[in-house]
Design a protein around this ligand. Sequence first.
Ligand code: ADP
Ligand code: MG
Length: 327
Amino acid sequence: MGEFELIQKYFAGATPTRADVVTGIGDDAAVTQLPPSHELVITTDTLVAGVHFPDGTAAADIGHKALAVNLSDLAAMGADPVWFTLNLTLPSLDTEWLRHFSGGIAALAREFGVQLIGGDTTRGPLAVGITAFGTVPRGSALYRRGARPGDRVYITGHVGDAAVALRVLQHGLHLPAEYQTAVLQQLHRPSPRVREGLALRGLASACIDISDGLVADLGHVLTASGVGATLDLKRLAVSPAYESVLAEIGWELALTHGDDYELCFTLPLAHLPAFNAVSPRFACGFSHIGDIDAELGLRIRDEAGAPYVPRTTGYDHFRDGAFAPRS
Ligand code: ADP
Ligand code: MG
């Protein structure tokens, strides 16, 4: 099977056919239509075997996650995802692997109505690069900048489960069986918070998706907005699975590991009534974890109200000192 046949068999037609795609896979480039008065939102992310997922990860999970991390970036911008391209580097032509990989991508693409419109296929060490495109009505994208003192800080869902899953897989952390399924799902099949991002347009003052860890990613919002924040660990939602090992692993992983793909957003108090009207539709749940203040930096209070400083110093914000937690 040649490259062209491979694309026809596993990718062309695997995802929804959208009316705004003039020409998708099959020509030298794709041609699409943008709705009037809309802006195009573009993001790209690459997953490399052994770096972004352990060797031996199921092909369907790799497909799902490669698209999910891109849709998560669009969600953080408040964008409506529409199309994506796929750059695939494969060590060999393994049809079973391709079938599962394509199935994983296609299922998520169908859930959010996004069409695969092109890509490139090459031979080499396994890597999956996706570029995803979304649309927003002009002027309505959510940015990292925009948080103001007095705004509340929220996250969707829970943080730390992907970290717990890796501990289970790589370090033999013991977790009750019923929780293992949930954290492995969070690691391998994160759900991009697209519907939530759309609902936050016009409400959130700033938004980011949590890929590098809550502390690092909220730090980007604070830096971009020129503000600080105080977080309360007693408000931070961890899952029942994380809760079951909290005494053993502490808060560190939830705060700094990342791979969560939840949204972290800030909300002006004036938008609280409108938020309360839409937030019951957040099936993933959400929690108010702290507040924006004028003093730069991030302050974290433990459950007793005492200053909490994460041990991890691997992030640029800590190294640069611009974001060192102060008490
Ligand atoms: P070219 O040589 O002009 O770059 P290719 O042979 O690479 O064309 O690709 C042919 C068509 O197949 C193009 O429309 C391209 O976008 C599409 N394509 C190639 N690889 C992929 C892929 N992995 N997923 C989706 N479409 C692909
Ligand atoms: Mg090409």
